[in-house]
Design a protein around this ligand. Structure first.
Ligand code: UDX
Length: 440
């Protein structure tokens, strides 16, 4: 392998190629993308994504795999290994292979599936120390050769026993399966969190106890207002679709439920806010701390904050939103988008022009919380742990409420200050016990 061309300079392509370039100095790495502004940003000091450990460097740089495959067929003059890296529906590799081989006779294309498991916010660390690298290819002499070539690239920094080789479809399906398992874990904990609130158990204690079973393990057991991000929902929807196409409705329904519980958790949170605040948030200012789908990223794709904000706006709250990495433009774009919903296709509509007036975005947590009746913590940014909550409390009308969707605030400390605090899956404040949240 002397040259790697990566199509797509997004959250996966950018960091992955930066790491390959760093670890394999003898390989020429080029990154292409259909968006010129994105390439310009990679070539500047203002990278288009925020990722700890990734500093501005050099990249050169599409979007959809079909046009990418046609382009590869158009420009290829010698044999190529084509690596499908982005998360795609199962059997996309086969479709790519057909496009390539039918459009370019006389050239051998070997298709590999090499799904990326990095998580945003820890991309560089995940790339340096992956749990495993998965390479799927055809079980033919050419396929085996192509797998070996890609294996040699990763072997520059990944122990060979962590490089797993499978057939094409196993590799593609493994990625969907891994994300579905992870999302299912969160929905399981979140379903438990509702039961904890109803019974007086504490989800952190339950998660810890459950996670000490070595068969279950301690990671990825944090209750939250819901999972977000570009992968989980999309991959489960993909999985559901594949199951339905293959005549497996029971399996499809099983995975669908993971998304339904996630939607339930967001609705439950909104209902808790409304019921705690005397059954209405109409005209009240609510500060939203955090909009990104998790900390250490400015990414808002499928962030639970979108549904929570829309839910609160539906009850005519005034929102003041602060996130250290998300721009005002992005927040307005997100709140204007329609959302996919299994059971209520018309349920969550884009913001009406009146709702737009009810939203303001600030660059400071103290500004966002000033004169607010309640605070919703929707992303677990570290800085939200260390805010001066006494100062915040002093600047709020009373009773002052905090609704922590990420279990980041010190509940006891805040209650001592005078806040009424709701924290997902934690024993309820006596105030809240008298105001049970009803899920519509
Ligand atoms: C995920 C997978 O982890 C990664 O392997 C895959 O390549 C892409 O999808 P990512 O979407 O970047 O990565 O974030 P991840 O850390 O998995 O978190 C996803 C969502 O789950 C976030 O909204 C996060 O806040 C939430 N989450 C995670 C919880 O609510 N509780 C947890 O315990 C962990």
């Amino acid at each position: 392998m002397v040259k790697i061309c990566c199509i797509g300079a997004g959250y996966v392509g950018g960091p992955t190629m930066a790491v390959i370039a760093l670890k394999c100095p003898e390989i020429e790495v080029a990154v292409v993308d259909i968006s010129a502004p994105r390439i310009n940003a990679w070539n500047s000091d203002q990278l288009p994504i925020y990722e700890p450990g990734l500093e501005a460097g050099k990249a050169a740089d599409l979007t959809y795999w079909e046009s990418a495959a046609r382009m590869i067929a158009d420009v290829s003059t010698s044999d190529k290994i084509v690596v499908e890296k982005s998360t795609v529906p199962v059997k996309t590799a086969e479709a790519i292979e057909k496009i390539l081989t039918h459009n370019r006779k006389g050239i051998n294309f070997s298709i590999l599936s090499n799904p990326e498991f990095l998580a945003e916010g820890t991309a560089i660390k995940d790339l340096f120390h992956p749990d495993r690298v998965l390479i799927g290819g055809r079980e033919t002499p050419e396929g085996t050769k192509a797998i070996q070539a890609l294996k040699d690239v990763y072997a520059h920094w990944v122990p060979v026993d962590r490089i797993l080789c499978t057939n094409l479809w196993s590799a593609e399906l493994s990625k969907l399966a891994a994300n579905a398992f992870l999302a299912q874990r969160i929905s399981s904990v979140n379903a438990m969190s509702a039961l904890c609130e109803a019974t007086g158990a504490d989800i952190s204690q339950v998660s810890h106890s459950v996670g000490t079973d070595s068969r279950i393990g301690p990671k990825f057991l944090n209750a939250s207002v819901g999972f977000g991000g570009s992968c989980f929902q999309k991959d489960i929807l993909n999985l559901v679709y594949i199951c339905e196409c293959n005549g497996l409705p029971e399996v499809a329904n099983y995975w669908k439920q993971v998304i339904k519980v996630n939607d339930y958790q967001k609705t439950r949170f909104v209902n808790r806010v409304v019921s705690s605040m005397f059954n209405t948030v109409s005209g009240k200012k609510i500060a939203v701390l955090g909009f990104a789908f998790k900390k250490d990223t400015g990414d808002t794709r499928e962030t639970p904050a979108i549904d929570v904000c829309k839910g609160l706006l539906g009850d005519r709250a005034r929102l003041s939103i602060y996130d250290p990495q998300v721009t005002e433009d992005q927040i307005f774009r997100d709140l204007s988008m329609k959302k996919f919903d299994w059971d209520h296709p018309a349920h969550l509509q884009p913001m009406s022009p009146t709702s737009v007036k009810q939203v303001s975005v600030t660059w400071d947590a103290y500004e966002a919380t000033k004169d607010a009746h309640g605070i919703c913590v929707l992303t677990e940014w570290d800085e939200f742990k260390n805010l001066d909550y006494q100062r915040i409390y002093d600047n709020m009308p009373k009773p002052a409420f905090v609704f922590d969707g990420r279990n980041v605030v010190d509940v006891e400390k805040l209650r001592k200050i005078g806040f009424i605090v709701y924290s997902i899956g934690k024993p309820l404040d006596p105030w809240l016990k008298d105001m049970p949240a009803v899920v519509a």
